[in-house]
Design a protein around this ligand. Structure first.
Ligand code: NAD
Length: 260
C-alpha cells in the first residue's frame, strides 16, 4: 500500500496506459479519479476499481478545455479532500508527413498533449499548494520525447515540449514539495498503437509485420513491446518515491530502445 491516503487524478484513464496506472494506484491504496474524454470508458474503469475494493470516481474531462480541467480538479478535491498525484497521460496520435500535415491536425494534437499537460498541471499545482502537503506530477512522455521518427512531427514536438514543462514544474514546485517527472515508454500495445500499425505500413510501403519488427521494436535490446504493467510499475515507483532526489527527470521505459 505505497500510496495509502493519497488522492490521484489520472487523465486518459479510460484506456491503455492510463487505465493501467489508475488500477495500479488503486491497488496501492490511492483514491483515484479516472478522467477521460470518453465518459463511459472512465466510468467502467472506476467501477472496476470500486468492485475490486478500491476507491474511485470518474470524470468527463477534455484535457484541452480549461473549464473542464479546472472543474474536474475541484471535484477531485471535493470528493477526496485533496489532490496529491496527477498523471497527465491523455493523448492521441496523428501520422502524416509534414508536407501533408493539416494545421487543424497539428493544433488538435498539440492541444491535447501540451495544452492538456499545462492545464492539468496548473489546476493540480494550485490545489497542491493550497493544501500545503506537496505532491507529485507525472507526465506520459515517450521515446519520442528524445528522438524523432518520420511522419510524427506534431507528436515528437509535443512530447519533447513536455520534457521542458516537467523541468519547469520541478523548479517552481520544489519550494512547495511538488515533484515532477516524465515517463518515456517505448511502444506499448494499446489501441493507440494498434491503429498505427496498418497506417505506418501504408505510409512506409512495408508490411505490418515489418512495422512491428523493424520500426517499433527494431531498436530495442530484446525485440519486446513495453507492457502497460512496466509503465504502471514505474508510475507507482515515482509516485511513492520519498524524496526530491528524483525530480525533473525523464525515465525511459523502452527495453533499451533509447538510452540517455
Ligand atoms: P489509448 O488510446 O489507449 O488511450 C488514450 C486515452 O486518452 C483514451 O481513453 C482517450 O479517450 C483519452 N483521450 C484522448 N483525447 C483526450 C482528451 N482530449 N481529453 C481526455 N482524454 C482524452 O492510448 P495509450 O497508448 O494508452 O496512450 C496514453 C499516453 O501514453 C499518451 O500520451 C501516449 O502518447 C503515451 N504513449 C503511448 C505509447 C504507446 O506505445 N502506446 C508509447 C509512449 C507514450
Amino acid at each position: 500500500m505505497r500510496l495509502k491516503d493519497k488522492s490521484a487524478l489520472v487523465t486518459g484513464a479510460g484506456s491503455g496506459i492510463g487505465k493501467s496506472i489508475a488500477e495500479a494506484f488503486a491497488r496501492e491504496g490511492a483514491c483515484v479519479a479516472t478522467a477521460d474524454l470518453n465518459l463511459s470508458a472512465a466510468q467502467m474503469v472506476s467501477e472496476q476499481i470500486n468492485l475490486a475494493g478500491g476507491r474511485a470516481i470518474h470524470l468527463q474531462m477534455d484535457v484541452a478545455d480549461e473549464d473542464q480541467v479546472n472543474a474536474g480538479a475541484e471535484q477531485v478535491v471535493r470528493e477526496f479532500g485533496a489532490l496529491d498525484l496527477l498523471v497527465s497521460n491523455a493523448g492521441i496520435q496523428i501520422i502524416n508527413p509534414i508536407v501533408d500535415f493539416s494545421f487543424a491536425d497539428w493544433r488538435k494534437l498539440v492541444a491535447i498533449h501540451l495544452d492538456g499537460a499545462f492545464l492539468t498541471t496548473r489546476a493540480a499545482m494550485r490545489a497542491m499548494i493550497s493544501q500545503g502537503r506537496g505532491g507529485t506530477i507525472l507526465y506520459m512522455g515517450s521515446v519520442h520525447s528524445h528522438l524523432a521518427s518520420p511522419n510524427k512531427s506534431a507528436y515528437v514536438a509535443a512530447k519533447h515540449a513536455i520534457v521542458g514543462l516537467a523541468k519547469a514544474v520541478a523548479k517552481e514546485g520544489a519550494k512547495h514539495g511538488i515533484k515532477s517527472n516524465i515517463i518515456c515508454p517505448g511502444f506499448v500495445r494499446t489501441p493507440l498503437v494498434e491503429k498505427q500499425i496498418p497506417e505506418q505500413a501504408q505510409q512506409l510501403g512495408i508490411t505490418e509485420e515489418e512495422v512491428v519488427k523493424k520500426v517499433m521494436l527494431g531498436q530495442t535490446v530484446d525485440g519486446e513491446f513495453t507492457s502497460m504493467e512496466d509503465v504502471a510499475a514505474t508510475a507507482v515507483f515515482l509516485a511513492s518515491f520519498p524524496s526530491s532526489a528524483l525530480t525533473g527527470q525523464s525515465i525511459m521505459v523502452s527495453h533499451g530502445w533509447f538510452m540517455h
